[in-house]
Design a protein around this ligand. Sequence first.
Ligand code: ATP
Ligand code: BTN
Length: 317
Amino acid sequence: MLKLLTLLADGDFHSGNELGAEVGISRAAVWKRLQSLRDEFGLELQSVPGKGYRLSQPLSLIDLNSLQASFPSLPIFAYDSISSTNEYAKKVLAMQAAPLAILAEHQTLGRGRRGREWSSPYAQNLYLSFVWPVTQGMAQIDGLSLVVGLAVVRAVEQVVGTTAQLKWPNDVLINNSKVAGILLELVGDPADLCHVVIGIGVNLNMTGTNQAIDQQWTSLALETGKQIDRTKFAQSILESLDLYLDKQKNYGFSSLRSEWLGVHAWQGREVVLSAGNELVRGRIAGIGEKGEICLLVDGQERLFIGGELSLRLRNDT
Ligand code: ATP
Ligand code: BTN
């Protein structure tokens, strides 16, 4: 299937004969596979008698060889359609020492924070999990999700020149619409050997409507009007992660706190923080040394931290 898609990715017409010969299957089998591409992955195909088949929109597929060449010492695994790169990362970790990176063209069970669905259409966006060994004790992960957000902001800046903003703890926004999300999962024994699976989803070439998303979203293609080279973006984000994770490991979150505040979307805003059933109303005063959100509540500064916390603007709720 991937071979067929690689041939069609340019968005030009290809005859059934040509595709069949390249892949080593009959014309009828080509037609069947193209139908399943449409049904399974929602790819729009045009079929014109005398010309052949073409994708309605060209696809930017991940070029693993070129990506791997840029990071010779990092094991990178790229898959076609899998459940979730975070889930696969945990499986691969059983066979391959970390750090390592997993990419996919498509996720059938992409997950967001708190078990929510992460929409992952075929070959449209970046679906990446980076597995990072925890070698310096749990202090290594204080504020980590914020630092990963910063690494994403810098990669976006490098590729399209737009400075995105961060909503605590780690949503990446452009003009208040979500362009990327981050899901961190700790695996192993915190008292012994453990790793963080850093899952990153960045909307690159997704356009049109998406019924699966229930909030305002955008993509780099929507922001720039240009198709994004997914391999180049993956390269940029891996470079950025390398830089920021090194800073985090060597100097801790506090060394990046002021840089984080420089791209903080909601500094000074009136918000509601939900923590399970509890709602806390306050004004965002800043970020603590360990990446906590600092709220001014009834004249007092209070720090909050934890994976289940979620912020909303007061006038949105
Ligand atoms: P918070 O976690 O701070 O409450 P959030 O509202 O973005 O932020 P999350 O659980 O982080 O919630 O993310 C899940 C949300 O993201 C859901 O609303 C889901 O509809 C939406 N979503 C799913 N896929 C995408 C995507 N590709 N781009 C943008 N948003 C998406
Ligand atoms: C969020 O904002 O809720 C987090 C979204 C994280 C999505 C990424 S895509 C790659 C990795 N695999 C997953 O299943 N989720 C993360």
